[in-house]
Design a protein around this ligand. Structure first.
Ligand SMILES: C[S@@+](CC[C@H](N)C(=O)[O-])C[C@H]1O[C@@H](n2cnc3c(N)ncnc32)[C@H](O)[C@@H]1O
Length: 205
């Protein structure tokens, strides 16, 4: 089977990714962290961790968090490995097929990844499976309620085979609710030119 387009795309982008998208990464990570509950000892899994910007911010904040990231692109993980403390666990993998045991993390976070996921229902089921009862889910992604996102989505759909699809806030909240999460809450906001949203939820305890 040929390599998925998203793997080819991020393998090429990896070395320049942080510099090229620095202001976007900084803004989206800060918005995500502002909505991410955490306490000493928490096990936090970052799905589609890319070059590890969010994990690096969490590692800098506290060495009492148990941090783990997965991403399907080895070149992105290599950049993450260089910037992160060795205690942070990194591995290859896809959101819709997590190679992790049931109920093994307190929080699942994913930033700027959801629009790539081919099977979002299965991915959310996987996120639910790996969370402990009462664990938290935090998803940040492009929000198609903004005209700028709809334009970007249209353009990428025509010219970028790695791209899949964007969601509106109500759509993403409905998907999260349908995956049996509770306390589903979402906000949309702008980060510079980008229209983003973050949905938070919890696994029923
Ligand atoms: C825009 S980057 C975001 C990286 C990082 N989360 C950040 O905020 O900088 C998207 C990342 O999602 C990863 N990705 C794409 N499809 C994925 C999937 N189905 N499951 C997990 N990760 C995926 C890509 O390899 C890439 O590293």
């Amino acid at each position: 089977m040929s390599e998925p387009a998203v793997v080819r795309e991020y393998a090429e982008l990896a070395s320049g990714y942080d510099a090229r998208w620095s202001s976007y990464i900084y803004a989206s990570v800060q918005e995500t962290l502002a909505r991410l509950p955490r306490k000493t000892g928490d096990r936090i899994l970052d799905i589609g961790c890319g070059t590890g910007a969010l994990l690096a911010a969490l590692a800098a904040e506290s060495d009492d968090l148990q941090l783990q990231g997965i991403d399907p692109v080895p070149e992105m993980l290599a950049v993450a490995r260089r910037r992160l403390p060795e205690e942070v666990i990194l591995g290859g993998g896809w959101a819709d097929n997590l190679q992790l045991p049931d109920a093994c993390v307190d929080t699942v976070v994913s930033s700027s990844v959801f629009h790539y996921i081919r099977d979002p229902v299965r991915a959310l089921a996987e996120m639910h499976r790996v969370l402990v009862p009462g664990g938290n889910l935090v998803i940040t992604d492009w929000c198609r309620d903004f005209a700028t996102t709809r334009m970007t989505d249209w353009y990428l759909s025509m010219f970028n085979t790695a791209h899949f699809r964007t969601y509106g806030l109500a759509e993403l909240e409905a998907l999260v609710k349908d995956a049996a999460f509770t306390s589903v809450d979402g906000q949309r906001y702008k980060a510079g030119w980008w229209g983003l949203m973050t949905v938070t939820a919890a696994k029923i305890s």
